[in-house]
Design a protein around this ligand. Sequence first.
Ligand code: SAH
Length: 389
Amino acid sequence: MLPRRAKPFYGRHPWVYAGAIAGIDGAPADGDVVDLFSHEENFIARGLYNSQSNIRVRLYAWSADAPLDADFFRGRIQAAIRLRDALPGWNGPGRACRLIFSEGDGLSGLTVDRYDRWLVVQFTALALARRRDLLAELLTDLLQPEGIYLRTERGIGELEGIELQDGPLCGQTPQEPIAIDEAGIRFLVNLALGQKTGFYLDQRENRRAVARLAAGRRVLDAFCYSGGFALHAARAGATSVLGVDASEPALTLAQENARLNELRNLSFVRADVFSQLQALHGAGERFGMIILDPPKFARARNALEEALRGYRRLQIQALRLLERDGILVSCCCSGLITMSMLEDLLAQLASEERRDIQIIERRGQAPDHPVMATCPESDYLKCLISRVG
Ligand code: SAH
């Protein structure tokens, strides 16, 4: 470690960027176990090396006695499973949850979602991708899934040097989308072809919170994907629900989900949300609740300004479509945009648009996406629920 660069790692932050490293003893190969020392040569932590990533070392253990072996990974996976078992109704047949949330579970670079009896795994660290047989073996031993399916995140090949392809890691591949139950509503999930790993599990509790306010309102679910918010609102007694998404396969799934749950007061439109909001406004349409759940607009720091402009435009368009005493749900999954930035934006817009905006709930990601206190980057999802006068 360079002098004065070690503090975050004593603070248990798991990402060591190349710029913080003074030198390397020996010649570790990508994926090897390495130890991190301060410039006074005190042991700090143990991690896995990757010369191809900006995150040169990912840290997993802060004790010199912990080898990063099979038992270590077994222990971490067991701890992650225990946490989900402690959440009643989350981990079990027919259910879906995130079983392992990367940094949030002390396993930087590994994501595992459970859908009924199937697991979907994503590797965002080369060293863990190289240990995929071991990790698949441990998951099979601990959970006996029907099959484990591998999904790759777009762009991760270049970031980490991982060369993997989507496909079965072990066991069976489901031939059809599988049905999961989320708070009494069934959703079809396509493990092989759906977005991310098939479903946006992180919004689970926010969908329920939004549903509590939906009764008697005309609802617009913008960026609806397979109908998560839309179906919950419809079931909760919304007078009608309109879902908008740009993706045809997403909308096909949303329609199938509506049928599966025998919900009839929903319709879906394939469109770009920005132009659809404008068209609805032009046609004099109004809504009693609008949910905005856009994809990440800010991937890199230099895109922050532009992303904020995107969020601003969306909220303005929604405010203009919203009836008095309407509910605005503003979600944001860009880690770079903080809760207070989002609140500042609403404050500015309240004044510009001359509307009272009362924030009634400040929400984050579901508890199966735990935030590791020492890794603020694991806290990424924001969901503000406001009443707009
Ligand atoms: N609310 C959803 C998750 C939304 S993910 C749920 O609860 O499951 C974001 C969605 O936005 C994706 O389905 C993607 O297809 C869609 N999308 C991205 N850009 C869009 C755009 N400009 N217009 C419409 N949909 C868009």
